[in-house]
Structures are given as C-alpha cells and as structure tokens.
Design a protein. Structure first.
Length: 466
C-alpha cells in the first residue's frame, strides 16, 4: 500500500454506447443499447439513459427490448471502438511508462513511475487534466479513481461514475469500504455473494468483522485470505505495463439453430479467417487450434488440436478447425460456434506437417471421422454477442442476403446524401439517417436494399474533420 493516492484507474463511461451517441447526434440523450440484435443476442453496453429502465450488460437483448422498447438497438462497431481506445491509451502512456490496460476502455496507471504525482494534490490535478484531454480528443467522458492500491483505485472510479473523479486518501480505506456491498470487491461474483449473504454477510464491514479464519472456513483458504485482505483495503499488486495475451478467439451466436452440415462447415471456416485476422493484428501466431460448439440443448463442447509449430496461416487454421468439427455431432442443431488459437508466440514457424494433414483431411472429407478427442464441457461466454455477421451463404434467398448487409447502426455512404447510418432494414428497404459527428441531427431517407448509390462505409472520427 502506498502512502499517497498515485495509482490511477480510468474507466470510460458506457463506452460502446457513448461512442455511438457521439457519432450519431440524433441519439444523444436517448436510450442506446449496443449488442447482438437477434433473438439470442446479448447486451454489450447500455447507455445511462437505458440503464434507468433496468437494462444492463450481459442481459439478453430480447429482455432489454421488453424493458426499453423505444431504445435504439445497434450492432457493435469494434473497429471504431479500437480506434478510440488507441487514442485514450496514448494519452495514458503520456502520463507514465507503467500503463496496464484491462480492456478497450479501462486501465491502471502508475503516476509515480511517470513522475506525474507524488501526493494527493498532484494526483488529483493529473486526473482532472486527463479527463479534460480525453474529452478534447474523443468527445467522450471517463471516470477516474485515485488511491494507494489498484483495488481501491478501481472502487473509486466506479463510485465516481459517470464522468467524475474520486480520491481515496490512504488511511480512510476501511471507513469508505465498510458500508459497501461485498459485490464491490473484485472476485466476488453472484455465487460467492449469495453464499456470504446466507451467512449473514452483505457488506464489506461485516466481511472484515467475520475474520480471516471464518472466511477461510466458508470459502476456502486461497479465496478466504484474499477476501479478508481486500475487506481491510490491503492490495500490494503493482501496475504491470505488459499483459501478454493468452489466446485469440472469435464466436458467433445464431438466431436460429444451424442444422445443415454444409452451412456449419462454412461458418467454421469464416470464423477461422476472422480469428487469424485478429491473430495477425496482434502480432502473434499460435500452436493450438480450438473449436467451440454450443448445441441446441446448451451443452458446450470444446475440441483442440496442437500443431508442431506456431502458425498464422489461415489455410492451416481452417483445415485444423474443419478436422475438429468432423468429430462433433451437430445433428440436433448448433446455436453457437467459435474458433480460437492458444499457445501464442511472437513468430511463425511454417508447419508443413500441419499442411500435409490438412491436405489428407480434404481427400478424406467424404468419410466422417470416428472417435476423436474427448469433448470438454464448458460454460463459455460469447466474445462478440449477437447474430452471425453478413456472409454470402450458398442457397440463401437473394432478398434475405441483401437485407443482411444493412444491420442497424452500421456506417453507410450515399453518392448524393453523403455519410449516414442504418436505422433499420426489412421488406426490401433500408432506412438511413444522414448525419455525422459534430453535425445537427440529420434527416431520414429510405432506399431499396440494392440501391447502387448506397454502400457500406468506414466509421468517421468522433472529433475533427470528417
């Protein structure tokens, strides 16, 4: 624990939804829900306006629509979110060489290591400047927590939301934490929280009063000791500049269970290509290919194959994923598919053996595989909520294929009206609102889905000339 609040935690406010509101002037001040739009979609982020209706992240989109029927439901635009995140993380790295990103919109910063602050006054001033710089560079707001440890800095930023700053002075930790819910502490999820509630422990103060021995008896030594230390506000973890990625994966949840084996194989190949794209973007290669299949009855199977060397070759990953799929029974239907790569390395070793196996697998494609790796049960969570991405599927009705190119929230550009975004599509029509960051709310126009003057577009920057 430090004697000054020089560990900073930044958490952007409702990040995905705020980006959408900043880029779509007509949605500012309105309920915005970002996530999967199909009947099996999941909410990724909800704006504060939507949260007043009870909508929150990880909620099924169908339930969110019942709670907030008039909200704007949009697909995630991860390309834009990553661009904005890079701007924010760049501002953090100007403060210190020790920046520990936790996600696109969240990070710890060691202000002492950057010589930016050594006491409370300096830390507060640095935090306020950072918030102003983020707003100037992105048009978005972020909440800042400052404390003598990572755990307390994260608690402080959560208490400061939205668009605030909170400093926890060393020596005041226990007084501040005591009335808070035990769920405030990192690692206390619904199951642990319910277990503690049954024992009559609902606040952090009651957790501290229970004592270390009692907590060890209730939840085990490793978890019990950690809980007791956190309840006392003790956390000695340093800010770590580099957090090595352990795996790269992509997943899709489908609105309707897939039964056609050809379609399932096509989706696996498409996911493999997306996975390799992310793998290359991160500058890695990998040795182990993982296939994830969630079936109609919610049972989740994972199968893996380890190559002789790391690879970032899309053909090798596709072939390995296809081989793994042959060992999975999909006759009852598939609701989710995922492809991942683990055992990451910073270099690529040409895997001729893997390629040879892939060629052999193609020759034997007509014969179904027998046996295979034992399936491991898992409760994985989809990395990208929502329905499958747009793809040309053999045998699909042309009208359906055209409509799938215009998901709500996606960027478009019209030859006459300029940039805009899709409000919705159906029955052969697509409705577009023509506006951009910094403009007044724009007008709405409707076109045929195959209008030659309408085309998908890249996102516009939130700040600066479009």
């Amino acid at each position: 624990m430090r004697t000054a609040p020089t560990i900073l935690h930044l958490d952007m406010d409702a990040f995905y939804a705020s980006v959408e509101q900043a880029s779509k002037p007509s949605l500012r001040g309105k309920a915005v829900i970002v996530g999967g739009l199909g009947p099996r979609g999941v909410v990724a982020t909800a704006s504060y306006e939507a949260r007043r209706f009870g909508v929150h992240s990880a909620m099924p989109t169908a339930q969110a629509r019942r709670l907030c029927p008039n909200g704007a439901y949009l697909i995630p635009r991860f390309l834009l979110y990553r661009e904005v995140s890079e701007i924010v993380m760049g501002l953090l790295r100007e403060l210190s060489p020790l920046v520990e990103p936790l996600s696109l919109d969240e990070a710890f910063v060691d202000l002492e290591a950057g010589g930016r602050a050594f006491d409370s006054a300096g830390a507060r001033a640095t935090g306020e400047r950072l918030r102003a710089d983020i707003t100037a560079a992105t048009g978005l707001s972020g909440s800042v927590g400052l404390a003598g440890s990572k755990m307390l800095a994260k608690v402080a930023s959560e208490e400061a939301k939205p668009d605030g700053l909170l400093v926890i002075e060393p020596g005041t930790e226990r007084e501040l934490l005591a009335p808070m819910s035990v769920r405030t502490l990192p690692g206390v999820g619904p199951a642990t929280g319910e277990h503690l509630r049954r024992a009559g422990i609902t606040t952090v103060g009651e957790l501290a009063e229970a004592g270390e021995d009692e907590l060890v008896r209730m939840v085990g030594r490793a978890h019990g000791v950690g809980l007791y230390r956190m309840a006392l506000g003790l956390d000695d973890r340093p800010v770590v500049a580099e957090r090595d990625a352990k795996s790269v994966s992509v997943e899709d949840t489908f609105d309707i269970d897939l039964h056609d084996r050809v379609r399932i194989r096509f989706e696996v190949q498409r996911l493999a290509d997306r996975c390799v794209g992310r793998l290359r973007a991160s500058g890695h290669s990998g040795r182990t290919i993982v296939l994830k299949v969630r079936r109609y009855d919610f049972s989740t199977l994972t199968r893996s194959e380890t190559l002789r060397g790391p690879t970032d070759d899309p053909a090798v990953v596709r072939e390995a994923a296809a081989r793994l799929l042959e060992g999975v029974d999909t006759t009852g239907g598939v609701r989710l598919l995922g492809v991942g790569v683990t055992g990451l390395a910073d270099y690529t070793q040409e895997d001729l053996f893997a390629q040879a196996l892939g060629a052999a697998a193609q020759e034997a494609e007509a014969a179904p595989a027998e046996g295979g790796v034992e399936a491991a049960e898992a409760d994985g969570v989809a990395g990208a909520p929502g329905a499958a991405e747009t793809a040309a599927v053999p045998g699909e009705d042309p009208a359906q294929a055209a409509a799938r190119h215009w998901p709500a929230g996606s960027d478009v550009r019209h030859a006459l009206y300029g940039p805009g975004w899709v409000q919705g599509s159906g029955v052969g029509r697509v409705t577009v609102r023509f506006e951009q960051p910094g403009s007044p709310p724009g007008r709405v126009r409707t076109f045929l889905v195959d209008d030659p003057d309408l085309a998908p577009s890249d996102p516009l920057p939130l700040v600066g000339p479009a």
